[in-house]
Design a protein around this ligand. Structure first.
Ligand code: GLN
Length: 205
């Protein structure tokens, strides 16, 4: 495959940062705002931002159903933070009318790390990435993954003071999600991993 074409849902959120990261790992990023722009994509990124706003705009732009169709019929997708929420089958602490694209059999809790630690950074072990150095992860009003189904592989967990670690990165087939924002750090290994998924490169055991 030459450079795969990866759409970035461009309704709201840090679209530019994802486009730049995709370009750096050899993909071509294209913004997606209208259903017609979903045609011919090899993959899709759902950016960080605010999942309640993203949900409203996706409904208003008639994009939610086309997104669901694409993702549920096998289009590889990667969601960071709000994008992770958009890929979750179930959301806790969401707005009552909040909708998701779904696809990953997981329950996520919005803004889960709490008010005192709205934003924090941590160095994590993350499975699937090139090299064995830790991944510097930036969390901004991040969700965590409360529970996952059998088909979901947990890639990373983050420490929580006085409690058990929480799941913050997962993969289910061609769907990938992180609670944190690799698009903001300049370490492009998560985007590189996603582009490998898009290219159909088999995962390490
Ligand atoms: N708290 C946001 C939400 O619910 C996510 C924050 C983010 O993407 N940085 O969508």
């Amino acid at each position: 495959m030459s450079a795969p074409v990866v759409g970035v849902l461009a309704l709201q959120g840090d679209v530019r940062e994802h486009m730049a990261a995709l370009e750096r790992v050899g993909a071509r990023g294209v913004p997606v705002r209208r259903p017609v722009e979903l045609a011919g994509l090899d993959g899709l990124v759902l950016p960080g931002g605010e999942s309640t706003a993203m949900s409203k705009l996706a409904v208003a732009f008639d994009l939610l159903e086309p997104l669901r169709e694409q993702v549920h019929s096998g289009l590889p997708a990667y969601g960071s933070c709000a994008g992770m929420i958009m890929l979750a089958d179930r959301v806790l602490d969401g707005h009552p009318d909040q909708r998701t694209v779904g696809g990953i059999d997981m329950t996520v809790r919005r803004n889960a790390f709490g008010r005192q630690v709205d934003s924090f950074e941590a160095d994590l072990e993350c499975a699937g990435l090139d090299g064995d150095r830790l991944l510097h992860a930036v969390f901004i009003r991040a969700p965590w993954v409360e529970s996952v189904g059998d088909r979901v592989r947990v890639l990373a967990a983050a420490p929580v003071t006085g409690a058990a670690d929480r799941i913050v990165a997962v993969r289910q087939g061609a769907l990938l999600a992180t609670s944190f924002h690799p698009e903001l750090t300049g370490d492009d290994r998560v985007h590189a991993y996603f582009v490998q998924i898009v290219r159909g490169v088999p995962d390490l055991p």
